[in-house]
Design a protein around this ligand. Structure first.
Ligand code: SF4
Length: 471
């Protein structure tokens, strides 16, 4: 079956033409379909469609077929069922983050798209979230027998205007600094607030992770609200892995009501990476479709269903990018899709490879993306070369060049050398045109992160660690 799937990608151009021909000729079958009625047409067509598409594409009959937009590679075969991939976890050899022995479906999609339109440079439009009510139904019958689609009047008004909040203003005005904090494994907030307090005066906002790595901690929305209530500026990370669109929209409204406005939209790490791999992953949305829904809530004051909100949330939306994972060319197209969907700030995966970051930024600048969003480069360090090597091996999407590992590994004080590498990286990133800030990451490594920010000259002095905090 997998061989047939790869054959379909290799012959994407021919298959796409056959699909185009079918779409043109299908309306001629409408009189026959009308005789059978919709249910009769469905019953006649579905078994033929299922057999053909299962053989050619490993089709799951989602009823919402987008094959011609995904290079004849069915996105239902993506382990996270992304509609707008790839995720940031593609392995260096092109293997899937979740099923390493399978090639990432979005590498196939890119290959298929190139065969269909070799010279295309613009990213494809974002694909809408899956309509689960169509599961198991034919995608061919609606082509033969078009359903009356509700007419969406084109919007001419600019949408609801919101004042710019602190982090949004900082992104417009200066080179920003953000830091990532994991919420605690605790119902007591004091330790978490003390860890955050260490960054007062050093950062513009604090990211609060959402079950990073598939591990459970205090909820990101609650931890973000705690920070907001204590005068810090949180960036609430929202992963699509654990909640469906109904739960997420409710959380976005709740977050805004509690003073949390900066939202980082993520697809999320798979549950297989965490300490509860037996959990059910949701992935009802992906980062791009989540951005589209959140933007609609902000600008049109409406849920995804179109139902009106009484008060629209003032959300400043962001997303992630991984310039360091294949397929490299697709990474900037993916960034553009996120910006088109509403992302106004972008935070990247750890940058240990400045050449690759510079190449990514060259392409982003060529498309004008640095002027449409603030691109914040990820920087971090761990205590030793061995710890860095383990992270590169275990965390999908993290790339640490061998030269960096050797430099840190050969130093007498590996911790200090790791810090020096991070500071030099920050200074080099600040010189790359279009990089709008840095995002510091390092699990429970707050003291070192605060020192890096201060010593790189980005901000003021480091605060003394509060008693009882880790670092
Ligand atoms: S690597 Fe990510 S995008 Fe690619 S198939 Fe696996 S889960 Fe999907």
């Amino acid at each position: 079956m997998h061989a047939a799937r790869l054959w379909s990608v290799r012959h994407a151009r021919g298959l796409s033409r056959a699909y185009g021909l079918f779409a043109r000729l299908a309306p001629r079958l409408a009189p026959l379909a009308r005789l059978l009625g919709r249910a009769g047409a469905e019953a006649a067509v579905r078994p033929i469609e299922r057999a053909a598409k299962q053989f050619l594409f490993d089709c799951r009959m989602c009823g919402d077929c987008v094959l011609s937009a995904t290079g004849m590679a069915c996105p239902m075969n993506c382990a996270k069922q992304l509609r707008n991939g790839p995720c940031g976890g593609v392995r260096p050899d092109g293997g899937c983050e979740v099923i390493p022995q399978m090639r990432c479906v979005w590498l196939d999609a890119e290959e298929g798209r190139k065969r269909i339109a070799p010279l295309a440079v613009a990213p494809d439009a974002a694909i809408a979230p899956l309509d689960h009510t169509r599961s198991g139904r034919s995608s061919w019958v609606p082509v033969i027998f078009p359903e009356a689609a509700p007419s969406a009047a084109p919007r001419t008004d600019p949408g609801i205007a919101h004042p710019r909040e602190a982090f949004e203003r900082a992104c417009a005005d200066r080179f920003v600094v953000t830091v990532e904090l994991a919420p605690p494994d605790s119902a007591a907030p004091a330790g978490f607030l003390a860890r955050a307090a260490r960054f007062r005066g050093l950062v513009d906002a604090i990211n609060v992770t959402d079950g990073a790595g598939g591990n459970c901690h205090m909820s990101s929305v609650a931890a973000s609200a705690l920070l907001a209530a204590h005068g810090d500026i949180p960036i609430y990370q929202v992963a699509c892995r654990d909640r469906n669109r109904i739960a997420i929209q409710g959380d976005l409204l709740g977050a805004a009501a509690l003073g949390v406005q900066n939202i980082l939209c993520l697809t999320g790490d798979d549950v297989s990476q965490g300490d509860q791999p037996e959990a059910k992953p949701v992935f009802d949305l992906d980062a791009v479709t989540l951005l589209g829904i959140a933007r609609r809530m902000r600008e049109q004051g409406a849920f995804a269903s179109g139902r009106k909100l009484e008060a629209a949330p003032n959300l400043f939306l962001g997303a992630t990018a991984n310039p360091f994972a294949p397929p490299f060319h697709e990474r900037v197209a993916n960034l553009e899709r996120k910006v088109d969907a509403g992302a106004r700030f972008i935070q990247t995966q750890f940058c240990f490879d400045l050449e690759r970051m510079a190449a990514f930024m060259r392409e982003a600048r060529a498309r004008g993306l640095h002027q449409r969003c603030t691109i914040i480069a990820g920087v971090g360090t761990l205590g030793s070369a061995a710890a860095l090597r383990r992270m590169a091996q275990r965390v999908p999407g993290v790339h640490v060049p061998e030269a960096v590992l050797q430099r840190i590994g050969q130093a007498a004080d590996q911790r200090a050398e790791g810090k020096r590498v991070a500071i030099e990286t920050i200074q080099a990133l600040a010189r790359i045109e279009g990089v709008g800030g840095v995002h510091l990451m390092g699990y429970r490594n707050e003291t070192v992160l605060a020192e890096i920010i201060a010593e790189s000259g980005l901000r003021g002095r480091v605060q003394a660690p509060a008693a009882g905090t880790t670092g």
